[in-house]
Design a protein around this ligand. Sequence first.
Ligand SMILES: Nc1nc2c(ncn2[C@@H]2O[C@H](COP(=O)(O)OP(=O)(O)OP(=O)(O)O)[C@@H](O)[C@H]2O)c(=O)[nH]1
Ligand SMILES: [Mg+2]
Length: 459
Amino acid sequence: MPSSRNDNPDSIAAIATPLGQGGIAMIRLSGPQSLAIADASFRPADPCSKPSAAPTHTLHFGRIIRRGRVVDEVLLSVMRAPRTFTREDVVEITCHGGLLPAKMVLDTLLENGARLATPGEFTRRAFLNGRLDLAQAEAVADLIHARTELAAAAAEEQLAGKLSRRINVLRDDLMKTLAHVEAHIDFPDEDIAPDTREKLLERLQAALGFMDELLSTASDGRLLRRGIRAAIMGRPNVGKSSLLNQLLGQERAIVSSIPGTTRDTIEETASVRGVPVVFIDTAGLRQAGDEIEAEGVRRSRHTLAAAELILHVLDGSKPAGEWDHKLLTEYAGRPRLLVRNKADLPRRLRLPEGLAAIDVCCLSGAGGEALKDAIKEAVWAGGIPAEMLQVMINSRHEDALRRGREAAARVLAALRAHLGLELVALDLRLAAQAVGEIVGKTTTEDLLDSIFSQFCLGK
Ligand SMILES: Nc1nc2c(ncn2[C@@H]2O[C@H](COP(=O)(O)OP(=O)(O)OP(=O)(O)O)[C@@H](O)[C@H]2O)c(=O)[nH]1
Ligand SMILES: [Mg+2]
């Protein structure tokens, strides 16, 4: 069970759609007074369909009235507990888009007794009321922030409870072992029978193996959630901005035959075989001609230092110059791909022994797909099997699992060495607790605050 429950909650309201102009906006209201607050704010077109008298999961047309004046024409939906996102009475009001109508509807609800929701508070209530566990609640945020279809698919699996189910099995297993060990503590004369000990060891071994399997998904999970940063680097005029545009499939950066065109860094995200990649176009590296270019070069260096992958672009139609060699040596130790551009022109570039490049032509787009494969291969060798997608853990899960694994490994060693069972029980309890944190069986207010504060308002 979650550690804190909402025994007498107030009713909360927030605008759930992004702020700005749009076709419609939606205001969400949740809590025990939702229907009463809706009654006070809403005048139904059909006088019989007062929200508090309406059946659950029904939609009503009418007006929001504030201090006797019409605020907006709206559609209001009534959803009664417990079949709602928060498991409380929920009212959703759809009004005309644009900041003002939505804000005035919200103000009306606040004046009639609702409190403004904090970020993620609806999802927090869904968690506290047992509608979602903690891993599922995090999946809601992952889904909202997903930048590729693959990331969204992973979030959907987590939301559906695939990870949670396995974590619960693991925790139950540890608890069963604990019960066994504790039973023997109560009868201090008897040691654990050899065959029982064998069984316990086997079960623990399996639990450790499973934890390792989950832990191995952490780096891919991180990749899917936040993607990687790939900086496009090279001498001026080699076609860096052209390459950025080609990878994005849009004319994002200015391309010109004048060396030193790009002054500032430009970044944009694209999906490369399912991985979100933030491509960063940088100013060409050379002895800067003026103050602005010097600042551009400084920014390029800064970006390059932080990038997880470097796409080093070279002009295939020109012999390698001093700067090419300089950059080839300078970034030799970093994860990088060499991209030989201008494949449509006669090749004059000779690469130093042992270096291989991918040939592309940014004018025709030739070589683009091979480059994307190489990028994917560089960051994500092997790809992600479908069953792994179901249990892609995040860094919080990783931390909890590591602690759980350490404790379980101590248990294994202690059992093998016939050490005292009290100590074994203590570590088993620690392991089960750490694993339980993932789904929120054990939580603290601070942990919940840190998770839900990352959500948007109205979610
Ligand atoms: N023939 C040929 N020209 C290309 C190709 N790719 C880019 N160019 C040309 O090369 C010139 C420089 O391209 P940019 O993309 O602006 O080069 P850059 O590396 O961003 O240059 P800076 O921003 O000045 O550092 C432009 O005139 C492009 O049209 C290519 O594949 N073949
Ligand atoms: Mg450029």
